[in-house]
Design a protein around this ligand. Structure first.
Ligand SMILES: Nc1ncnc2c1ncn2[C@@H]1O[C@H](COP(=O)(O)OP(=O)(O)OP(=O)(O)O)[C@@H](O)[C@H]1O
Length: 251
């Protein structure tokens, strides 16, 4: 479980989140929503201990993140960012094998069990046939799948993903959403991903974390739909979004 306690995040004088508290449940798919620049990546980075915290605390499975040793943290949380690994001689299976680093010995040698997990992770993402391909020969969407397979190989109870659907076409966006939902439910993982895909978030996720600067609303999906927060935040002079009908209306 991810717990935020009086968490304040920002850059310099600019506050993005102000004394936010929330308990993001285990075993569920959670979408992190918010307008451009609202602080989604900043929050994900703070949870993964990759960003500064102005004040307050982040607890992962009850432990405050600054107290966790790097190897402990790597066994609790994996993070898929939007960065791409494009190293010419690096094979896809080697990238996925990097996920096993917290479990391998000091020379990083993979045991049979690690290889099995790497193969399973590639298979779950439907990428087994790409195992021997090098990363510079992959499309953006394929790269993204490999990075998610790496996170799965890390075998953590919490997975964070920053805009995982951004390079995917429409069928693949939904396919990935359904896969994340399946992983969250069948493997009892807490999967938190930032997205601008309101329809995927509202149809597939168990709950929604919505940044409404400087606040964070966290509610089960249906309650979030009924709350009116989404309609209020995602409208401008041109459009309104109807979260009940999942429809954009041009004014
Ligand atoms: N290193 C930084 N230094 C100063 N300001 C930053 C830094 N990184 C991000 N910001 C600012 O903080 C705000 C939040 O950025 P962040 O990337 O977290 O938003 P986001 O919700 O992920 O945005 P988007 O939906 O556009 O990807 C933005 O206004 C951004 O310009």
């Amino acid at each position: 479980m991810i717990q935020l306690k009086d968490l304040t995040l920002g850059y310099g004088q600019r506050i993005l989140l102000d004394r936010v508290s929330a308990k993001l449940s285990e075993g569920g798919l959670i979408a992190l929503l918010g307008r451009n620049g609202s602080g989604k990546s900043t929050l994900l980075r703070a949870i993964a201990r990759l960003g500064e915290i102005a004040s307050g605390e982040v607890l992962l499975n009850g432990k405050e993140i600054s107290r966790l040793r790097p190897e402990e943290l790597a066994k609790i949380i994996s993070f898929v960012t939007t960065e791409k690994i494009r190293i010419p001689n690096l094979k896809c299976q080697d990238v996925v094998a990097l996920g096993r680093a917290p479990y391998t010995n000091w020379v990083g040698r993979l045991e049979a069990r690690d290889r099995e997990i790497v193969a399973q992770s590639l298979a779950l993402l439907d990428m087994s046939t790409y195992a021997e391909r090098t990363m510079d020969q992959m499309s953006d969407g394929e790269c993204q799948r490999i990075m998610i397979a790496r996170a799965l190989a890390q075998d953590t109870p919490i997975i964070l993903l920053d805009e995982p659907t951004s390079f995917l076409d429409l069928p693949n966006r939904y396919e990935l959403g359904v896969l994340l939902q399946k992983l969250a439910h069948e493997q009892n993982k807490c999967i938190l991903f930032s997205t601008h895909e309101l329809d995927i978030a509202l149809t597939l996720c168990d709950s929604i974390a919505l940044i409404d600067r400087p606040h964070l609303h966290y509610l089960p999906t249906q309650q979030m739909i009924n709350s009116g927060h989404i309609e209020r935040l995602f409208r401008n002079e041109t459009i309104t979004f109807d979260p009940k009908e999942l429809r954009i209306r041009i004014r």
